[in-house]
Design a protein around this ligand. Sequence first.
Ligand SMILES: Cc1cc2nc3c(=O)[nH]c(=O)nc-3n(C[C@H](O)[C@H](O)[C@H](O)COP(=O)(O)OP(=O)(O)OC[C@H]3O[C@@H](n4cnc5c(N)ncnc54)[C@H](O)[C@@H]3O)c2cc1C
Length: 435
Amino acid sequence: MKPIQIEDADPSHYDAIIAGGGAGGLLTGLALTAEGKRVLIIEKADRLGGVWHSYWVDGYRVDNGLHVITRVKHGAFARFMRNHLTPPPEFVLHEGWQFRVHDKVGTIPSSVGETLRWPLTGLRGRLGLMKIGAKIKTMKLEEMKTYKDISFLEFMQSRGATNQVMLDVMQSAIYMAAGVGIDKASAYESLRTLKDTDKESGKLKSAVKLIFGSEGDYDEGYVIGGMEGLIERVIEAINGDYILNAPVEAIHESEEQVTGITASSRTFDHSLIISNIPLWAMDKIVQTDSTLISQFFESNSKMVPTHGLTMWLGLDKVMIGDRKNRVLVHPNPNRWIVSISSFDPSCAPEGKELVAIAMLPIPGKSVDEQVQVMKSNGLEKYYPNLLDHVEMEHIQTSYATRAQLIPGQTDLDRPGPGTPIKGLYLLGLTLLDLE
Ligand SMILES: Cc1cc2nc3c(=O)[nH]c(=O)nc-3n(C[C@H](O)[C@H](O)[C@H](O)COP(=O)(O)OP(=O)(O)OC[C@H]3O[C@@H](n4cnc5c(N)ncnc54)[C@H](O)[C@@H]3O)c2cc1C
């Protein structure tokens, strides 16, 4: 795929126009290329990739958003990459989890015996974990659906599963899948993640392993070369063109059929448009006289996205040095600590280390205050000299382009790729079908 100027674009040269060139738009372009189609991607930013982005800060390469990809060996993403990129991208696998609750460190129990010896809770907590684990493991999807409108915490309380340490560990696991804590996350989505019923969105297999234990390695990893390297390869493999710095202002419809798209005041006629624009912005972009169509986009514009705060630290020497994901559960708030350069040394100068620390944002606190919380409250205690070796510090506040998996926004509530407009499809927030 090559860049072109908006003035040079002729819509009749393309089988589809993709609005927005984030991961969703690019992977769709790749899938359409495999079908022998040619695409035009129209992107408002000055680069492709959206949240999938790496950049350099003082000699360290940080990623915006995506850090460790789930399902790099098995599942749809891995298959998609194997089928569409030759050779497939190389991933370095994650080596496991370490949950720290005050001074106790627990890895993931891989058997009932290990659960019973799990150091993070007392015997009552372990027995409670086994009981609720067995319940969830045997629960059918139909039963899970009946819990879509209550929070996971409410579900746990209704089952008498109230051991605080167990809930706190679950909080850190569920947050990564749902983008919110257990008091807000839909019980249905949490249960589905824990049971891993949905191969596409059951993001946190590690949580399953944590809570129920299972054999095998961790199907999570970091792509060599960072997200930027992956994007470059995807861009190269797509058949078509792209236009940068061209915000899509309108998508047009007539008699429930998409007719064209306007970007930077230029309108292109087309009958197949795929939108990677966040769903909550689409009500202002879709131009229609139909009440039914307006209602569809208006109701979906109310979706609440997830938020994240990441602190990147460049250390003048290697302090952590392994590929484990560490979660400080207590003292609160929970934080995830990953040594990114241990996966891919090319993202830090030789002999140095790049560490990412992520946290659920604390409402009402400024970014500076939250950064202070991240640095204190456990970090200094567990890695006493780490902060003395910081030579690069970079803070990212961003929203993930995913919807919070809360009641009212579960996969049962969200639209699929189809819309009431023929020829207009949605990506990103909706589940991207990689099959
Ligand atoms: C902090 C953070 C950590 C994450 N960690 C992980 C992780 O560890 N593992 C994992 O699997 N996922 C993770 N994610 C999620 C993952 O990165 C995103 O879900 C994914 O990259 C989103 O892709 P997308 O294409 O849906 O959206 P985006 O990347 O937002 O793409 C949308 C594109 O559309 C463009 N656009 C928007 N409006 C217009 C317009 N009007 N006209 C033209 N173009 C427009 C945007 O500029 C952008 O390029 C994380 C996300 C964040 C923020």
